[in-house]
Design a protein around this ligand. Structure first.
Ligand SMILES: Cc1cc2nc3c(=O)[nH]c(=O)nc-3n(C[C@H](O)[C@H](O)[C@H](O)COP(=O)(O)O)c2cc1C
Ligand code: SF4
Length: 405
């Protein structure tokens, strides 16, 4: 085994959290919380991941409040799920006592089709905006947050982080990217505010930094906080790499433990991070709402651009962030074989997050540790991603045994 590979498969510290190796599961919203309730579907999916040798799994899309959900099947952090989260985290620890569990904290901001809003009448973001996702559900417009809404949002992150720590998560990942709530403030495309939450980068970072401080206050200094940031929005007028590097530097200075560099936005250009076959065809097949289905047919090709898959597609830009910050760095994006793991390690990254490769093969780590020629088999067809709202949630159709009964 080369030194880089040895390094990847050896114990490491994420902040103050000991991990058995450097391979982590990326947050992938799995659509396995029917009616927002975490139960056996979610547990069994993540059991497979932790048993397969991955050092830390990540439960994706742990929304900080009910109105932060993109759809009404998503889980949100509240007292009603406390006992279930305790059970899930306890069972995962039983299944793999040496694996850790992270939860990704998110909020949809202006991008939602959730008809079961509890507090608000319509989604809110930094500025008023057309809510394309909600149009077919009768919510075509998102409003602009007042400062009181911003204060409330920050408080939801504090409360959710506290709940997550108390229910047995070992780490928290804050989602600062992909066009969701916080990244709408960072991006000059979606943040057109004229108060001190908009305009300059320092102003656009005011909310993200407040959120980070709130989460830190909730969990304390010894609890790892990761941040998933965008390297680019992939749209004209959006966040670009030069500013993204400064975003990283500001979070680093603000005390983040580790950064994960992704890119693209679910609202405007998702294929930047779903590099590979377009999601359009699969989404059209799965979509139940006839208006949404028609909309996808009409404008899908304009939204889902073709970005051919290549291994380690974010590496060059992620290296720019690596060179700018002192915190730990987690590489994400197209790492499917052993040579790629070696490459990422040799470039000075501390950890690697895998999304689709672990959906394809939850035993990736065990297999890669024992076979240098291991082939993962993920074809980057993105069928799994188009199944997030299908009954039973995601699975890899190449693994027939994973299909929901
Ligand atoms: C089914 C699916 C769901 C995803 N859901 C999320 C999510 O909830 N949060 C997130 O930050 N990224 C999400 N992603 C993106 C992944 O975390 C990751 O950034 C992307 O898949 C690229 O990594 P990969 O090449 O290892 O798959 C999702 C990806 C897939 C395939
Ligand atoms: S469906 Fe399977 S092969 Fe296709 S991208 Fe997802 S994990 Fe990879």
């Amino acid at each position: 085994m080369s030194d880089s590979l040895q390094h990847a498969f050896s114990p490491a510290m994420l902040g103050k959290l000991p991990l058995k190796n450097r391979i982590l599961k990326a947050a992938t919203y799995e659509g396995k919380t029917p009616d927002g309730i975490p139960g056996d579907l979610l547990l069994n999916f993540h059991k497979g991941i932790v048993r397969g040798g991955t050092a830390m799994t990540t439960i994706g899309y742990c929304t900080t409040e009910a109105d932060g959900r993109i759809n009404d099947q998503m889980m949100w952090m509240h007292e009603g799920v406390r006992d279930r989260l305790i059970d899930i985290n306890r069972e995962l620890k039983k299944a793999a006592p040496d694996a850790a569990i992270s939860g990704q904290m998110t909020h949809c901001g202006n991008f939602s089709k959730n008809r079961k809003m509890q507090r608000l009448k319509r989604p809110l973001g930094p500025s008023r905006q057309f809510n394309m996702l909600g149009a077919a559900s009768g919510m075509p417009f998102a409003g602009a947050m007042a400062v009181s809404n911003i204060d409330y949002l920050v408080q939801t992150y504090f409360d959710a982080a506290l709940l997550m720590k108390e229910t047995g998560f070992d780490a928290i990942e804050i989602h600062f990217s992909h066009g969701y709530g916080i990244s709408q403030f960072i991006s000059p495309k979606t943040n057109r505010r004229t108060d001190n939450y908009g305009g300059s980068l320092a102003n656009r970072m005011r909310l993200p930094l407040r959120v980070m401080d709130a989460v830190r206050q909730a969990v304390g200094d010894d609890f790892p906080i990761l941040g998933k940031i965008g390297l680019t929005d992939g749209i004209k007028g959006g966040l670009q790499i030069d500013e993204a590097v400064e975003v990283a530097a500001m979070l680093d200075a603000g005390g983040i433990d580790a950064l994960i560099c992704s890119g693209g936005t679910s609202s405007f250009n998702p294929m930047v991070y779903f590099r590979g076959d377009t999601l359009e065809k699969g989404l059209i097949e799965v979509e139940q709402n006839p208006i949404m289905k028609m909309g996808l047919k009409l404008i899908g090709s304009r939204m889902f651009h073709y970005y051919p898959y290549e291994e380690l597609y974010f590496l060059d830009d992620a290296k720019r962030v690596r060179d700018r910050v002192n915190c730990q760095m987690v590489y994400i994006g197209g790492c499917t074989d052993v040579a790629s793991i070696e490459k990422v390690m040799s470039e000075g990254f501390d950890f690697i997050q895998l999304g689709r490769p672990l959906i394809k093969d939850p035993n990736f780590v065990k297999h890669a540790m024992s076979d240098r020629n291991y082939k993962n088999g993920c074809t980057h067809c993105n069928r799994c991603a188009s199944l997030i709202e299908a009954p039973g949630g995601i699975y890899c159709p190449l693994n027939l045994e994973d299909a929901p009964a």
